[in-house]
Design a protein around this ligand. Structure first.
Ligand SMILES: *Cc1c(COP(=O)(O)O)cnc(C)c1O
Length: 501
């Protein structure tokens, strides 16, 4: 297949401008000189139908949740009911201008207000901000709230405790808020080591950022002691609730002693994600932290029954994003919660936990788990036993593509005892038993191939439009422009036949 750059033909264009209309307008007179590009860019010259066919072809190479199982651990790639999209697309929501007068946007404001109440009910928190645009953005917001709280109380705390099992964004967010990150080791059960924790927690430490079930899908039974250790030293407890798939209707972080929570509405709460968004990393806090929330929040004036934007006050960490968050995601979340109701949410978590444990039980004989215990919404297996046949977990993942599955997360987490050949599988609640059985049988078939016919794995995938790629190169040297492309082609001595379809 040709790249779109290669389809370029000098002078070919995708639209025709109205005749004469712009002929006497000179760009230099309409746009300040400093904003004008000095060198003429080498753009692709193609017709409209070329563009449509090119991207339609590419879209058929793609794999998404609408194609089949997408068991990417720590990601919650689930099917999202179309009704949510329909609701978000309602004209009064989708055309609402962020600068509308509150009087003209009462419905949108009411939705934000009521979603706040629902999320508080679900997580046991007291108030949410809807502003953050992603999980990592929510973390930064939450950590800045903790920072402001201590500054306001005249306390200089400069350390943040983070378990080795944490998602990589946790230490990154803490570092961005200028905290020194202190890593807490996991114990032999794969959860927080209480002794290391009490040793590390002191009056100079802000608190702990924790996920429960943690990033490898294990529930931390020590949570009661953990919260006591942190709170006894005046610290705050942060909950990374990016994924709530194992918790809905089962446990509320607020009840477990967490002071700040962020949720990825684009994971558990039914918004398609991947490819960069839009996301929503709403942050909930306990009442003593409300004064520090980003400003503004939506409030209800009881006397008039009207919703309005309320300034949070001088203690607020300020605005962390323009306007009111990724509103369409809030609409989808609201629709999803209302359509399921409390029982439905509980069923959702129950199903995702059962799914993960079903996969674990069926596959543990073939792909040894690091800890043999029940998991939450995802399970962590390993492909260690196949090393002796010259097979890496990467080969197993690639072979799955030949069978039409999206591979699970591999080589994460990277701390011991997981470090070796990890496979993290998250089969969300939207998947039925037949799909899981198909996946399980395929994984078992691959384990047999690994022993008897390893080259089937090392040469995989072969049934996909593009065969084995150099993943590292794709990240380090992305081809974003025509020049990148030319340079790389030159370097690699790339040939058309490398792309076989
Ligand atoms: C996905 C995830 C994040 C990061 O969320 P983004 O929206 O990608 O920034 C943080 N923590 C955990 C546990 C996650 O699974």
């Amino acid at each position: 297949m040709k790249l779109i750059f290669e389809k370029s033909f000098p002078g070919r264009i995708g639209f025709s401008k109205p005749t004469d209309l712009f002929d006497d307008i000179k760009l230099e007179e309409s746009i300040p000189i400093k904003y004008l590009e000095k060198n003429k860019k080498q753009l692709t010259e193609v017709s409209e139908v070329d563009v449509i066919r090119h991207f339609t072809k590419l879209s058929k190479f793609n794999y998404g949740v609408d194609d089949g199982l997408y068991p990417l651990g720590s990601c919650t790639m689930k099917y999202n009911p179309r009704i949510n999209e329909k609701m978000a697309g309602l004209a009064n929501f989708s055309y609402a201008h962020p600068l509308s007068f509150p009087d003209m946007a009462q419905g949108s404001l009411e939705l934000i207000y009521r979603l706040d109440k629902l999320l508080c009910e679900i997580t046991g928190m007291d108030k949410y901000t809807m502003a953050p645009a992603s999980g990592a953005h929510g973390e930064l917001t939450g950590v800045l709230i903790m920072r402001k709280y201590f500054l306001d109380h005249g306390e200089k705390r400069h350390k943040m405790l983070i378990p080795d099992s944490a998602h990589g964004t946790n230490p990154a967010s803490a570092a961005m808020a200028e905290f020194e990150v202190v890593e807490i080791k996991s114990n032999e059960n794969g959860t927080v080591d209480l002794e290391s924790l009490s040793h590390a927690m002191d009056g100079e430490t802000v608190g702990l950022m924790l996920t429960n079930p943690n990033t490898v899908g294990l529930y931390d039974e020590g949570i009661e002691s953990i919260q006591k250790i942190i709170h006894d030293k005046g610290g705050l407890l942060y909950y990374d609730g990016a994924n709530l798939n194992a918790s809905l209707g089962i446990i509320r972080p607020g009840d477990a002693g967490f002071d700040v929570v962020h949720l990825n509405l684009h994971k558990t709460f039914s918004t398609p994600h991947g490819g960069g968004g839009p996301g929503s990393g709403v942050v909930g806090v306990k009442s003593r932290l409300i004064p520090y929330l980003p400003t503004p929040v939506v409030a209800l004036e009881e006397s008039s029954g009207k919703y309005y934007f309320k300034d949070v006050g001088e203690k607020s960490i300020g605005m962390i994003r323009s306007f009111w968050g990724n509103f369409s995601v809030l609409v989808k979340t609201f629709a999803w919660i209302l359509s399921l109701g409390p029982e439905g949410l509980y069923e959702c978590s129950k199903a995702s936990i059962i799914n993960a444990n079903y996969v674990l039980a069926k596959l543990k004989e073939y792909y040894k788990p690091a800890y043999d215990r029940y998991c939450g919404h995802e399970c962590t297996l390993t492909g260690r036993e196949y090393k002796k046949y010259g097979i890496k977990t990467l080969d197993i993942a690639k072979r799955l593509m030949d069978y039409g599955f999206h591979p699970p997360t591999i080589y994460f987490p990277h701390f011991e005892p997981y470090a070796d050949e990890t496979i993290m599988i998250e089969p969300p609640e939207s998947e039925g038993k037949e799909v899981l059985d198909d996946f399980i049988n395929t994984m078992i078939a691959i384990s047999k191939e690994a022993k008897e016919n390893p080259e089937l794995l090392t040469s995989a995938p072969r049934r996909t439009p593009i065969t084995r790629t150099d993943d590292a190169m794709a990240v380090r040297r992305p081809i974003l422009t025509y020049d990148d492309e030319l340079r790389l082609k030159d370097e690699l001595n790339y040939q058309e036949k490398d792309i076989n379809f």
